[in-house]
Design a protein around this ligand. Structure first.
Ligand code: SAH
Ligand code: SF4
Ligand code: F3S
Length: 437
């Protein structure tokens, strides 16, 4: 028997790219490729890229530069670029870096095996009429891990003025209920205990239920929750305008749905929100947060913020800080605005970099204080922890709490995959420690 060919994958960007990388590995697996962690051993190097900010996109080119000696040594090595930079730049990537053999976008990667066999184009970035999920292996071949991602919705029709996603992922599409449930059941039968449902606007998912009715996202969560052996459900990322009543209600009374919600607001200033084309006001968001907290008082909230969006004034910045004070986040991501080619905001006058830097620091200082307070508030509480892997020290395991905090706990290795009850004893900078109850 021939040696299996080896595939090395590097994944940049969001969770959906992590999911896509797993699906590409499975598709290539059907062609006899096995994954390797050693780039030097690979027959094919696949870079699954992110275009969201300039720095993210530039990483691709520095990584490709570093691949030059390897390719010079072994001209038969195949180098493939997938993901959102592939979609945005297509043929440009090969022009700039001729060592690249294949370029494939997020909606066409089911064709990667054929492309690698030389039976397809070298660059494929159209948005095809066919659904890639129909052409991917129908059973998942996960590494034995207790958690998994599952894409239920893809693409975005919101067109926030700063964002490339509607151009790189295409229009919003919801996967059908039956496909989602079949994939979820398959993953659970392979030992998965926690599923994170993914979508660029995951809470905008909708579809025809087996009962003949139009389902919204909250109904889908309840159907997934009926799967025996599945303990936990999470989802990301949500848009405030798609936060339906059924989803809020599920946070109240569906025990498998975890008390955690990533609900990006981007800014606390109505002027900036309007310029961003976010289609909501700060007050709408605050009212929504109140309703969510009525349904689930202990829910941990997180968000994304963009600092230094074109036209942002000191007052706008103060409004954002005030919104953060009002909400009280458990954690949040914040980014300096990065102009992206082809987006409506790209040509606008930018905030001076030193001003944006200072604002970012102020915002992050406040968010860090809130994160510390939220973690400190966990000390003494009893929480569920799903044990995921070994820690660095002997006898130490790492898992995630219901609120998605990393928790270190003394436990036997056999506990991997078990949902245990833990009393939190300590809070460190980015994790908690606790003991088994
Ligand atoms: N689908 C997700 C967004 C994915 S991008 C959602 O709608 O929330 C993740 C985050 O990156 C965004 O929430 C935004 O805060 C940030 N981001 C997107 N474009 C950006 C840009 N041009 N500059 C800086 N940050 C950006
Ligand atoms: Fe980008 Fe806005 Fe769509 Fe989120 S909602 S993916 S930020 S355009
Ligand atoms: Fe990046 Fe594309 Fe995800 S731009 S954040 S990899 S959808």
């Amino acid at each position: 028997m021939a040696e299996p060919k080896k595939l090395f994958i590097k994944t940049y960007g969001c969770q959906m790219n992590v999911y896509d990388s797993a699906r590409m590995a499975e598709a290539m697996g059907a062609d006899g490729y096995v994954l390797t962690e050693d780039q030097g051993q690979a027959d094919m190097v696949l870079l699954n890229t992110c275009h969201i900010r300039e720095k993210a996109a530039e990483k691709l080119y520095s990584d490709l530069g570093r691949l030059k000696p390897l390719k010079a040594d072994r001209p038969d090595l195949k180098i493939a670029v997938a993901g959102c930079v592939a979609q945005a730049e297509g043929q440009e990537i090969v022009n700039r870096m001729p060592l690249v053999d294949l370029v494939v976008g997020p909606q066409t990667y089911h064709r990667l095996p054929a492309m690698a066999r030389g039976e397809g184009p070298a660059v494929l970035t159209e948005f095809p009429a066919e659904d890639k999920f129909d052409h991917l292996p129908q059973t998942r071949n996960t590494r034995r891990a207790p958690t998994a991602f599952l894409t239920v919705q893809e693409g975005c029709d919101k067109f926030c003025a700063f964002c490339v996603v509607p151009y790189t992922r295409g229009a919003e599409v919801s996967r059908p209920v039956e496909r989602i449930l079949a994939e979820a059941r398959d993953l659970v039968s392979r030992g998965v205990r926690e599923l994170t449902l993914l979508g660029q606007n995951v809470n905008g998912w909708h579809g025809l239920g087996p009962d003949g009715r139009e389902w919204q996202f909250g109904r889908l969560i309840r159907a997934v929750a009926e799967i025996d052996g599945l303990d936990r459900i999470r989802y990301t990322t949500s848009h405030p305008n798609d936060m339906g009543d059924d989803l809020i209600a599920a946070h109240c009374d569906e025990p498998k749905l975890m008390p955690y919600l990533h609900l990006p607001v981007q800014s606390g200033s109505d002027r900036v929100l309007k310029a961003m084309n976010r289609k909501h006001h700060a007050a709408d968001y605050l009212r929504l947060i109140e309703r969510i907290r009525e349904a689930r008082p202990d829910i941990l909230l997180t968000s994304d913020f963009i600092v230094g969006f074109p036209g942002e004034t000191e007052q706008d910045h103060q409004d954002t800080l005030r919104l953060i004070e009002t909400v009280g986040y458990g954690m949040a991501y914040s980014f300096k605005y990065s102009p992206r080619p082809g987006t409506p905001a790209a040509g606008r006058d930018e905030v001076a970099p030193e001003v944006a830097d200072r604002r970012l620091q102020e915002l992050q200082a406040l968010l860090t204080r809130q994160q510390k307070a939220a973690q400190q508030g966990m000390v003494g509480r009893r929480v569920g922890v799903l044990i995921e892997k070994k820690g660095r020290e002997a006898g130490q395991m790492i898992g995630k709490s219901d609120y998605l905090h990393s928790v270190f706990v003394e436990a036997p290795e056999a506990a991997i995959g078990a949902l245990v009850q833990v009393e939190i004893t300590e809070s460190a900078s980015n994790s908690l420690a606790g003991r088994l109850i």
